[in-house]
Design a protein around this ligand. Structure first.
Ligand SMILES: Nc1ncnc2c1ncn2[C@@H]1O[C@H](COP(=O)(O)OP(=O)(O)OP(=O)(O)O)[C@@H](O)[C@H]1O
Length: 275
């Protein structure tokens, strides 16, 4: 479980990146921070592994204040995937993934076992294990990034726009795979995106941030779509609502309205039959 208690961040140049945010992320669930550019998503996410120190408030992981943890230790315990994968360019795929368990003190043999398990889990072709990151496509690099984050079997996974730089087809594949992984592994995931469709697909809970780093809405995907809190959230949803492609499916009580992911949004009661 991750808790943000009245956290805020002002950068030294006076930029208020995060105002006053309180949030609880349930263990084993996927929470997606969504909002326009500059709304403080990355700043909030990086507070969890102390890449950013809050100016106010505190962050707890499993009841422990992160500011009391050793930052290096903390970063080894928490998986982190970012856009552009952040792989070491002069190490092979396998060596990149092995690095994390090795740093945590696992034996060479155990680190290799874990690395191979995770590379297989993310569906990477074994032929690419001995390649260097520069020899992989963007989508393959992101898969390696996910495998590396999972290699130390962390409870918490921070994912900052991990699929932002890949083409839409590969992106859809990576999203589907993350959902499948999450069904199996039940990590506590904090995922950042500016894409509401991605948020609706992946989240158990969506937190919409407005500029200035304040929460506009914190709710389930169904609640966000069916009852947006205000015009800001409505506007954010509306940007691509034309593509959201609602459709109907006959149900017992009437027609069920489904979005393009097949998520039920409501029921249109059937008109009484004339006799
Ligand atoms: N090191 C820094 N120094 C000064 N200002 C910063 C720094 N890092 C971020 N900011 C500012 O803080 C605000 C929030 O940035 P942040 O990266 O958290 O937003 P974001 O929602 O993740 O944006 P994006 O979607 O563009 O990545 C922005 O105005 C940004 O310019």
């Amino acid at each position: 479980m991750i808790e943000f208690q009245h956290v805020g961040k002002d950068y030294p140049d006076g930029t208020r990146a995060v105002g006053d945010v309180s949030l609880s992320l349930e263990a084993g669930s996927c929470t997606v921070l969504v909002g326009s550019s500059g709304s403080g998503k990355t700043t909030l996410l990086r507070m969890v592994n102390r890449m950013v120190e809050p100016s106010r408030g505190r962050v707890l992981v499993d009841g422990r204040a992160v500011r009391e943890a050793n930052p290096v230790q903390l970063r080894r315990e928490i998986g982190y995937v970012m856009q552009g994968s952040g792989l070491l360019p002069h190490r092979t795929v396998l060596a990149n993934v092995e690095t994390v368990p090795l740093l945590r003190g696992e034996s060479k043999q155990e680190s290799r076992r874990r690395a191979l398990l995770q590379l297989e889990r993310v569906g990477l072709d074994p032929l690419s294990y001995s390649r260097y990151p520069g020899q992989l496509s963007g989508g393959q690099q992101q898969r390696v990034g996910v495998a590396r984050a999972l290699a130390s079997d962390p409870d918490v996974l921070l994912m900052d726009e991990p699929f932002g730089a890949v083409d839409p087809l590969v992106r859809a594949e990576l999203q589907a795979q993350l959902r499948a992984l999450q069904d199996e592994l039940k990590k506590t995931i904090l995922f950042v995106t500016h894409d509401m469709d991605e948020a609706l697909l992946l989240a158990d809970r969506i937190v919409v941030l407005r500029p200035g780093g304040e929460i506009a809405q914190d709710a389930t995907p169904e609640e966000i779509v069916s009852a947006p809190a205000d015009d800001f959230v409505r506007g954010f949803l509306g940007l691509d609502s034309a593509q959201r492609a609602l459709h109907l499916q006959p149900g017992a009580a009437g027609d069920v309205v489904l979005d393009r992911f097949g998520r039920p949004l409501g029921v249109v009661p059937r008109a009484p039959q004339e006799s």
